[in-house]
Design a protein around this ligand. Structure first.
Ligand code: MLT
Length: 391
């Protein structure tokens, strides 16, 4: 066997690939499994998206390589959308770049900036991609603990001066995966101010910015005055438009960061298929707010059913204000053991420690199953409740 590069020692199996494997093993024993695992919407994409892909797929011009910097029609639609939705002006040529889903963009951005010895500031718990690629690139992730006590917002004042001086990137992700927390403007202002003072690139993962469940509207980091000097935001079409399979998003904001990410990408991938970029433009142009409010109403209903049902069983789970994730303390305190017990009973939940050590003792449940399946989840947990939820 050829010896793997030593950097592979730092790379754990991807959280959701490992979960899929566990799920398949349990299914092979004949257990019918309901997944509250990965954040993968169960509802269809908007009809205009499907129609546009079908139409554009039939055009031979779209069977060729896309443009490296992304289709102008998509980048222009993103810029127009940012102006309408957030009041943010973007130059579609210099400040918007198509990415093949924000996961790809986030990972490649790290390669543009991080070298051995550099620090990457990443919340804990957080999306595993930030820390995995920081480590692959030879950087050091400095973790910013998120807890219920701090509203799941990192304490920026607690970062030591010498860490700030070595830091290249600060990742933030609001509305937040996995906790469902929302950031207020003063927090975003503090993050911009810190990054300006220390010359850090502020990376805003805005995958859930459209997913608020209580009628509020989550801001873009680029709404904060001066943010464009230091911030790059990743807008994703995956979750809000039920488009995870299409792989489409945009990196927007600081033009130097857009160019740097573009250079890494051009040397790595050859862009997203034009038919999908046309579909993304159509999604952004056809009354997206109406689509989002219908989806958010659906998730709110599911959230209430699941959370209130779990509370009746004796598990006091909080109601998230945003995202489609419920983040709750695992009864008994051992998130991995608890997730295994639930999997054996036919319910996938994500152990919180998969998002970092501060996620230990928590599990995440995703609201991407219908109400009938939620009833079945509650039945299954109800059957276990004397063991799991001692009142
Ligand atoms: C999640 O469920 O946290 C993510 O959506 C999974 C992913 O993007 O791989």
């Amino acid at each position: 066997m050829v010896k793997l590069a030593s950097r592979m020692e730092t790379l754990p199996p991807y959280l959701f690939a490992a979960l899929d494997e566990r799920r398949r093993a349990v299914e092979a024993r004949g257990v019918d499994v309901i997944s509250l695992g990965i954040g993968d919407p169960d509802m269809p994409s908007p009809p205009v998206v499907v129609e546009t892909v079908q139409r554009e797929a039939a055009r031979p011009g779209n069977h060729r390589y896309p443009r490296y910097d992304g289709l102008p029609a998509f980048r222009t639609a993103v810029a127009r959308y940012y102006l309408e939705r957030f009041g943010v002006h973007l130059d579609a040529d210099r400040e918007v770049l198509t990415v093949i889903g924000s996961k790809e963009g986030l990972a490649h951005l790290i390669w543009a900036y991080v070298e051995p010895g550099d620090v990457v500031l990443a919340p804990d718990p957080s999306y595993p991609v930030y820390s995995a690629h920081a480590a692959l690139a030879g950087g050091e992730a400095y973790h910013l603990p998120l807890s219920a006590a701090n509203g799941f917002l990192p304490d920026l004042d607690a970062i030591p001066e010498e860490v700030l001086r070595r830091a290249k990137l600060l990742f933030i992700n609001y509305p937040n995966n996995p906790t469902g927390a929302v950031a207020d403007r003063p927090f975003l202002e503090r993050a911009v101010d810190l990054c300006r003072r220390y010359g850090i690139l502020l990376v805003s993962d805005a995958a859930y910015v459209e997913m608020t469940l209580e009628g509020e509207s989550a801001p873009s980091i680029l709404e904060i005055p001066g943010a464009k000097d230091v911030a790059l935001e990743f807008y994703s079409l995956s979750k809000p438009f039920n488009m995870t399979g299409y792989r489409l998003g945009a990196a927007v904001g600081n033009p130097a960061a857009v160019a740097a990410l573009g250079r890494v990408k051009n040397n790595t991938d050859s862009g997203q298929w034009n038919a999908i970029q046309y579909a993304g433009a159509a999604a952004l142009e056809h009354d997206p707010q109406d689509f989002f409010s219908r989806m958010n109403a659906l998730y709110r209903q599911r959230r209430d059913k699941l959370c209130l049902g779990l509370r009746d069983l004796g598990w006091n789970v909080p109601l998230p204000r945003a995202t489609f994730y419920v983040w709750a303390e695992a009864p008994g305190g051992d998130d991995r053991a608890f997730a295994e017990q639930l999997l054996d009973a036919g319910v996938v939940v994500v152990p919180g420690s998969g998002y970092g050590s501060c996620g230990q003792g928590y599990v995440r449940m995703c609201l991407t199953v219908g109400e009938q399946e939620i009833d079945r989840v509650l039945e299954r947990l109800g059957a276990l409740s004397p063991v799991l939820f001692a009142r």
